[in-house]
Design a protein around this ligand. Structure first.
Ligand code: ADP
Ligand code: MG
Length: 466
């Protein structure tokens, strides 16, 4: 009995965490979520103190400064029992699906950066992010949409002479940039272990730089990045409007290029389209080879499903692969996620064969939202109708309550019912993403405080469901 209670309690806490994750992903965007929040796991709830595990001290620290207040607020609302959040460092056990090939960095080396020496490979590793052992060239499925980026990455990884410098990869989310970067790093480390390779996300780069400034340790910071053979910075769009960090990056960049070292970068847009990046830096980013990964096509999605099924050791019937490749077109991460869900289902119900019926059943929520495809336009129209205002008024700059409130509700519903990002939603209302975020929070609060609000939301959701 007692055990069952504990078990149920754990399940509900894990469920709560899952829901909270969805919301965090919505608020902070997929990239930030994947980098910082997804790696967290629930540990325990004791006397009102909720403990969450982070895989490294670095992450723990980052989450505490950037996200813990928000996590606390959302959780408190879901579960008033929770009075305090606590973060602990715990590396995932060996049972985890993804094995990291790097040792957990020691907090010491991450915070101070002073014990870095250019010739020591291990120290270099500990200052950078870990590489995912599964992200190799061998595991990368090549198709029309990514063959150019793949070829460029291979060339850079294989040639000892600098051919393209910098190599700049860009694409939308979940299309393989990080995978290719890790593949290059692992290839070089294997074939040429004397070269120092540092892979780091732009967010970490920024974080380290800010810390170096704070602890007046910028010399060590500079030394750390200027003495590597290959420097990779992932998601450089994060440096937007961070002018000091951009300056530092600019100098590091020039110094590495001058001394014939390789630089590899990724971003979600081409250098010219990156907002908030200084022009002189843009032109540097453009000066080597720029390669994009295009949205996937059916063949690639089909090929990836087959490859991943093989790796997971499951038999994926062709009609199921076809069905998934047709339906899940957004990105490879989602495609992979859906396959893992089916695989888990079939493994847990031991030997449960994978069929089209079973797939449709297991993925029904996901498929429903794909089929339904509620658009922001529809939401605006329905909400405007419901409150007797026009769509024009909703998009206008008027702030009167009778217009502003419906506008906030429409923003909230757009966030809930579509997969659009905050900036995308903002654009539809001629507002920026912070306004949308504020609206979402406001409506969430009102739903709790005001029953007529929750009724309106329910009615609107129902109206939009058809
Ligand atoms: P991005 O950095 O562009 O957001 P990722 O590199 O994180 O995307 O890729 C998302 C997921 O999709 C990863 O699990 C990655 O291994 C997988 N993936 C992406 N492209 C391919 C590909 N061509 N072949 C196999 N897996 C891929
Ligand atoms: Mg990435």
């Amino acid at each position: 009995m007692a055990e069952e209670a504990i078990y149920n309690n754990e399940i509900s806490i894990n469920d709560q965490w899952e829901e909270i994750c969805k919301q965090l992903k919505m608020e902070f965007g997929e990239t930030a979520f994947d980098s910082w929040l997804k790696p967290l796991s629930v540990d325990s709830l004791h006397n009102g103190v909720m403990s969450l595990c982070a895989p490294t001290a670095f992450m723990k620290n980052w989450v505490i400064t950037h996200y813990s207040d928000r996590i606390h607020r959302i959780w408190e609302r879901k579960n008033p029992e929770i009075k305090e959040l606590q973060f602990i460092v715990q590396t995932p056990g060996d049972g985890s699906l993804i094995k990291h090939i790097r040792k957990t960095p020691t907090p010491q080396s991450l915070y101070t950066l002073t014990n870095y020496t250019a010739n020591s490979c291990n120290e270099a590793d500990s200052s950078a992010a870990r590489l995912n052992a599964a992200y190799t060239f061998e595991n990368f499925v090549v198709g029309k949409t990514n063959e150019f980026a793949y070829a460029a990455a291979r060339r850079v990884a294989e040639s000892r002479n600098i051919s393209f410098n910098p190599l700049f990869l860009y694409s939308g989310v979940g299309l393989g940039k990080t995978h290719l970067l890790h593949a290059i790093a692992q290839h070089i480390k294997k074939t040429d272990p004397n070269r120092t390779v540092v892979y780091i996300s732009a967010e970490q780069f920024l974080y380290k730089f800010v810390n170096a400034l704070r602890y007046k340790d910028t010399d060590a910071f500079k030394e750390q990045f200027r003495s590597v053979d290959v420097l990779m910075i992932d998601d450089v769009q994060f440096l937007a409007n961070k002018n000091k960090t951009q300056d530092e990056f600019f100098y590091t960049f020039n110094s590495l290029i001058e001394s014939g070292k390789q630089i590899i970068l990724s971003a979600d847009k081409s250098p010219n389209d990156l907002d908030g990046i200084e022009n002189r830096l843009k032109s540097r980013l453009n000066s080597g080879l720029v390669a994009d990964i295009m949205p996937t096509d059916f063949e690639l999605r089909f090929g990836i499903l087959q490859k991943k099924a093989e790796q997971l050791g499951i038999t994926l019937p062709e009609n199921v692969a076809e069905f998934l490749a047709q339906k899940i077109t957004s990105n490879i991460r989602e495609l992979e996620g859906s396959l893992k869900r089916i695989a888990a289902h079939s493994l847990l119900l031991s030997g449960h064969e994978i069929t089209l019926d079973m797939t449709q059943d297991v993925l029904k929520d996901m498929l429903r939202s794909i089929d339904r495809k509620t658009t922001i336009d529809e939401i605006q129209k329905k909400v405007a109708e419901y409150f007797n205002i026009s769509v024009k008024e909703m998009q206008s700059s008027r702030r009167a309550r009778n217009v502003a409130r419906p506008r906030q509700i429409a923003m909230y519903l757009a966030k809930q019912l579509t997969s659009r990002s905050l900036p995308e939603i903002g654009r539809k209302f001629d507002r920026d993403h912070t306004t949308v975020m504020h609206a979402v929070r406001k409506v969430e609060e009102l739903i709790i405080e005001d029953s007529s609000m929750s009724e309106s939301i329910e009615a609107l959701k129902h109206a939009l469901d058809n």
